[in-house]
Ligand binder design. Structure first.
Ligand code: ATR
Length: 267
């Protein structure tokens, strides 16, 4: 069974290590998972070649998630909503089914730490990462969901997709407290905290950064200083989206805990 993670660049991807660990849990002897560096202008041909070589599935990462969404002839509901595909399942006839497991990965990781039902959720950011998790978050039945973004118009546009219960805000206009605050901006990549009021972190607030790395991200440092009770980075989301993709391909539910512990030590 041949699988691939396709991106550009791709050398840094931890997906092979993760999926091989999942396959080992079920003793899948003929499971292979590799990195695929697709040319920036040659994604579709790269996928076609993998299909011709007997590929069964692929994970898609930066910068090809939107192109994969356009390429797949069939889409799951959650991939259609996200307008991005991070998982392709290749049918026996070579048909490409596009899925998106990012939202499920985030929600499963959040649920390891807190419940989301009846919570006041704040989503920071309105780009692709935020779009991909919006509907899965709503499905958990929060009390409210607010999207705040540097560019207010993008927050307003994204809020429209979620329906009437979603509010949009600029960072500095945020008022009140939130129980769960999720950073879906790319600010941490640039080493930046966000200009949000320190008062938005409720007493038992959980702060989550979709980014991860060695040490605390700038957003989580900010959250901790503002009194957030739990500060969690995105390593568990990475494992969660991978476990969901593995399930899409194999029908098997892998245990992320031992893999997460191993990867945390190696960061
Ligand atoms: P991604 O697919 O990672 O979401 P994106 O679609 O380019 O990438 O979106 C990046 C998100 O991070 C946006 O919400 C962006 O805010 P704008 O819509 O105002 O551009 C946000 N972002 C990036 N750098 C930021 C920074 N330094 N401060 C605050 N928000 C930032």
């Amino acid at each position: 069974m041949k699988y691939l993670v396709i991106g550009h660049p791709i050398a840094h991807s931890k997906s092979p290590q993760i999926h091989q660990a999942f396959a080992a849990q079920f003793k899948l002897a003929d499971f292979s998972y590799e990195r695929g560096l697709a040319p920036l202008e040659g994604f579709a041909d790269f996928v076609a070649d993998f299909v011709a070589r007997g590929g069964r599935g692929a994970n898609i990462t930066v910068p090809f998630k939107e192109e994969a969404f356009r390429l797949c002839s069939e889409l799951t509901e959650r991939a259609a909503a996200a307008e991005a595909v991070n998982t392709i399942k290749i049918g026996a006839n070579g048909v490409l089914l596009g899925d998106n497991t990012d939202g499920a990965g985030l929600v499963s990781d959040l649920l390891r730490h807190t419940s989301l039902a009846n919570k006041r959720i704040l989503l920071l950011g309105a780009g692709g990462a935020a779009r991909g998790v919006l509907l899965p978050l709503l499905a958990e039945g929060p009390l409210s969901l607010t999207i705040a973004n540097r560019t207010l118009a993008r927050a307003e546009q994204l809020a429209l997709r979620g329906g009437i219960m979603i509010k949009a805000s600029a960072f500095d206009a945020l008022a009140g407290e939130f129980d769960v605050i999720i950073n879906a901006t790319s600010a941490s990549l640039a080493g930046l905290a966000l200009p949000v009021p320190a008062t938005i972190f409720a007493e038992k607030c959980l702060a989550y950064d979709m980014m991860y790395g060695k040490g605390e991200t700038p957003f989580l440092a900010q959250a901790q200083q503002a009194g957030a009770a739990q500060c969690i980075d995105g390593l568990g989301m990475l494992l969660g989206q991978a476990a969901e993709a593995f399930y899409v391909w194999t029908g098997l539910r892998a245990d992320i805990e031992p893999v997460l512990a191993e990867m945390r030590v190696a960061l």
